[in-house]
Design a protein around this ligand. Structure first.
Ligand SMILES: Cc1ncc(COP(=O)(O)O)c(C=O)c1O
Length: 449
């Protein structure tokens, strides 16, 4: 635990947001510089934070060090891509080794086939694989393939589910889920996307006209289980999509290789037609992939003038450095032991954090699945709350204070949630529970909870 936070005489009299800003002058100065160069001073919308974003200098295992020298337990873990922790030695060695051979041969290479073999071995529905440069590109390509294979134009998506930032998925992901999440969409695209709740009757109705190319969803529930899916929904979605001739697309960019070596599809037994992958796929390096039914994927291989051909160039598809990291990471997670260990620790962390809420007399809990957790303030559990409330985070009015206080006690959360890795330990669980206890006392002192 960070001694300076424990001994801070100002704690309780100065707002924790102001105290964190005072303790992090270098992050603050970098943000002032970045604001003159980068819109809003960030390169990912999720990094926008009050009073300013945290800047990190280096990371190792489950820990990282911010620009002002504070050691932090990292629960952001490369936005979920680092199941093996920061800088896993085998992954780093594979990238180093490949860097000496070629960054980019401008030709086919052995690692791309090795990487595809690993995906096909692990992901139950994968018959063919096409690599992309990101998860966003993977969902973009999956939807294009679905439109090409069905000859239909519409896409059904579930309210709150996140699939990256391309045009057809930048609709219905953010509360209140009733329209575009962004300015700048091409005219006509909004009418090609139908956003529905995770409800089998609503899905049946939306599919009834027979004009839907794809049903895309996060099989973990929206935002990696922040909004759990109703029991049996995946099975119903598989059946209904099949009956209507639409393709079922699982977005396993986060759940893939984390929930199990074969993702949620391995655990649920539901086999999607197409799957979007990313994150752990490339061992923390940039990358993504679409995999699935050979007859659908083979639209990518059709000859140039075939009207069914799906075009897909991309300078960095299956980039050798990403492939080297990916092949190594997938080898290390293939047995399921890595996932089981991280999930056991996450269950212990969720239990400890929920007990802290009880002990502090603050209504709230930690919930989640696999090696993840989500903090929730208030008396209701995730089953009682609507998706908009759950996706709004631990409680909008305290999120900056909660975030800053956890940082002051040495814990970096990802918008009130977190990913664990094989590098996290029981010591991290204990320290995180102590940080939450101190944070809840701080929030109580500030009259925020
Ligand atoms: C479920 C899901 N799909 C797609 C994406 C987009 O992936 P990327 O950020 O690599 O474009 C993300 C990113 O967080 C995601 O969580």
């Amino acid at each position: 635990m960070r001694a300076e936070a424990r001994q801070d005489p100002a704690a309780g009299t100065e707002s924790v947001v102001a105290a964190w800003a005072r303790d992090n002058p270098r992050s603050g100065a970098l943000h002032a510089r970045a604001r003159r160069l980068l819109p809003a001073g960030v390169t990912h919308d999720a990094r926008l934070a009050k009073p300013f974003p945290l800047a990190v200098e280096r990371a190792d295992g489950a820990r990282k060090w911010d620009l002002d020298g504070h050691e932090l337990i990292c629960y952001v873990m490369g936005h979920g891509s680092l199941l093996l922790g920061h800088g896993h030695p085998a992954v780093v060695a594979a990238v180093r080794e490949q860097a000496t051979r070629s960054f980019h041969p401008g030709a086919c290479h052995e690692l791309e086939s090795e990487w595809a073999e690993a995906v096909i071995r692990l992901v139950p529905s994968a018959e063919r694989v096409r690599f992309t440069s990101s998860g966003t590109e993977a969902t973009l390509l999956a939807l294009r393939l679905a439109r090409a294979a069905t000859g239909r134009g519409k896409v059904i998506r579930l309210a709150g589910h996140f699939h990256g930032w391309h045009d057809q998925v930048a609709i219905g992901a953010d509360p209140p889920f009733d329209g575009p999440d962004t300015a700048g969409l091409p005219p006509g695209i909004v009418s090609s996307v139908v956003t529905i709740p995770a409800d089998a009757a609503a899905l049946a109705e939306a599919l009834a006209a027979g004009d839907v190319a794809a049903v895309i969803l996060e099989p973990s529930g929206a935002a990696w289980g922040t909004v759990p899916l109703p029991a049996g929904f995946l099975q119903a979605a598989g059946r209904l999509a099949d009956e209507s001739g639409a393709l079922l697309v699982f977005d396993e960019v986060i759940s893939g290789f984390r929930w199990a070596p074969g993702g949620v599809q391995q655990l649920s037994g539901v086999r999607p037609d197409l799957t979007a992958l990313g994150k752990i796929l490339s061992g923390g390096m940039p990358g993504g992939a679409v995999c699935g039914r050979a007859d659908v994927m083979d639209h990518l291989g059709a000859v140039r003038h075939d009207p069914r051909r799906v075009a897909h160039p991309g300078t960095h598809n299956a980039h050798p450095l990403s492939a080297a990291a990916g092949v190594t990471a997938l080898g290390l997670v293939a047995s399921g032991e890595a996932q089981d260990g991280a999930a056991r620790l996450a269950a212990s962390l969720r239990g400890e954090l929920t007990s802290v809420f009880e002990r502090c007399g603050v209504a709230g809990r930690a919930y989640g699945e696999s090696s993840t957790f989500h903090l929730l303030l208030g008396p209701d559990g995730p089953e009682e709350l609507d998706p908009a409330t759950l996706k709004s985070g631990p409680a909008r009015q305290v999120s900056a204070a909660l975030h800053c206080s956890m940082l002051r006690w040495g814990v970096h959360l990802f918008r009130g949630s977190g990913f664990l890795s094989t590098a996290h330990s029981e010591r991290d669980v204990e320290q995180t529970a102590a940080a939450l206890a101190a944070t809840l006392r701080q929030l109580q002192a500030e009259g925020l909870v």
